[in-house]
Design a protein around this ligand. Structure first.
Ligand code: COS
Length: 388
């Protein structure tokens, strides 16, 4: 539990309270079982929908709550305190919806966003392929306009979160290979579209309650009006989407870090060795102190970044990447430290910290590896200082 007052508004405090209640009553009691059996958390997503949290970041005219980045990070932090796998399924629906919100016409927004806002349908975002992940502009999937009426998609997307479970997919595909990043466009593909099927379902180290699957497009035909924005703007939509979503991943790191710290402190107070609770030993206290410092510093940075984004700031790539790196590197370190403080118990599946350690690792990898984030930060610094 943070002891810093972040001066949340009444509405923001309500979001935290509702998300916390779902986490304590639904997520924490089921997380071990869902992880063990690699089961998609349909019931919990329905509980989140009933609590009206799917629409947090969605404008009111499309059925949402009209909130912003800060509202999202508050909810995501709570869910991640319970389970990063379940929190990831929720975050991935927002990731899939952002391209529609950023670049979709009013007509396409009206068609898809109200269902996503209500949690009636889930979304997913598809960029990664066998040869394109960090290299976002290296995608091979193509979209060709057939008879001027329909787009025909061919290719395979890999490691797609919510793949096979979502009903709405935002896909980036090449529409003109000669034009580099300006030759890619974004489309909406629906579950059940002809020529669209699901491939390999992945078995993962962590976040096992989330679904990760291949999407296969074999002469997949979709209506012409499913393109998002103008032809050739897909890469920019993807970059802007990731700018908005990365603080969410950072908040998953904060939630996980807090949970790991809570487990470690409680255990250290109860575990007796050499006739004393181990928390009375300075060696253990120093580990806990460093964990607490890093969790709070990351939280402060994520909240500040989300508020900065909500202020209408336009160039947010550097700040978004900075908080993603800070909070997810923190989560990995703090989770490993928690396992160390719990010692033999920490290594056993009976205790939640081994799962936290497995789950933390993906935070440093997905939505742009932390090496890519450092590239983004470095390039932004280079640009900023060349102006002075
Ligand atoms: N917003 C708007 N435009 C952006 C942008 C952003 N955040 N980032 C880059 N662009 C623009 C650039 O300005 C450039 O346009 P101009 O040619 O007009 O200058 C264009 O996009 C190409 O940019 P750049 O040359 O930097 O592209 P690169 O191919 O070098 O890729 C990185 C840049 C590495 C940052 C990008 O590929 C990336 O983010 N990769 C990680 C993707 C990722 O997160 N993958 C994980 C799976 S998705 S969950």
């Amino acid at each position: 539990m943070s002891c810093v007052d972040y001066f949340l508004s009444e509405e923001q405090q309500m979001i935290v309270d509702v998300a916390r209640q779902i986490t304590d009553e639904k997520i924490i009691p089921q997380r071990a079982e869902l992880d063990e059996s690699e089961t998609f958390p349909t019931e919990i997503l329905n509980d989140i929908a009933q609590a009206d949290l799917f629409g947090l970041y969605i404008p009111e005219e499309y059925g949402g709550f009209g909130g912003g980045s800060f509202d999202m990070v508050l909810a995501l932090e709570q869910f991640a305190r319970g389970c990063v796998g379940i929190a990831t399924t929720f975050a991935a629906s927002a990731l899939g919806a952002y391209p529609i919100i950023i670049s979709g016409s009013d007509e396409i927004k009206q068609k898809y966003i109200p269902d996503i806002a209500a949690g009636r349908k889930w979304a997913a975002f598809a960029l990664t392929e066998a040869n394109a992940g960090s290299d976002a502009s290296g995608i091979q999937t193509t979209a060709v306009l057939d008879d001027g009426d329909e787009w025909v998609l061919n290719g395979t997307k890999q490691w797609i979160t919510n793949g096979g479970e979502a009903q709405i997919y935002t896909i980036i595909a090449i529409t003109d290979r000669k034009k580099g990043p300006r030759g890619a466009s974004m489309f909406v593909v629906e579950d059940g579209d002809p020529g669209f099927s699901y491939g390999k379902k992945e078995k993962k180290l962590g976040i096992r309650a989330s679904a990760t699957r291949e999407l296969v497009f074999q002469d997949c035909r979709i209506p012409k009006n499913r393109m998002l924005g103008r032809q050739g703007t897909g890469f920019f939509t993807v970059m802007r989407t990731l700018d908005l979503s990365r603080p969410g991943i950072a908040s998953l790191g904060v939630g996980l870090g807090q949970a790991a710290l809570d487990e470690a402190v409680v255990h250290a107070k109860h575990r007796v060795q050499f006739g004393k609770p181990v928390i009375s030993f300075q060696a253990v206290q120093h580990i806990l102190a460093d964990m607490a410092i890093q969790v709070e510093a990351s939280r402060a940075m994520v909240y500040a970044t989300a508020r900065y984004i909500d202020s209408g700031a336009r160039n947010i790539s550097k700040e978004s990447s900075m908080c993603k790196v800070m909070a997810t590197d923190m989560a990995m370190k703090v989770a490993v430290d928690a396992v160390q403080v719990l010692g033999g118990h920490g290594y056993m599946r009976e205790y939640p910290v081994e799962k936290m350690m497995r789950d933390a690792k993906i935070l440093q990898i997905y939505e742009g590896t932390n090496q890519i984030q450092r590239n983004v930060i470095g390039q932004a610094l280079n640009k900023e200082y060349s102006r002075n």
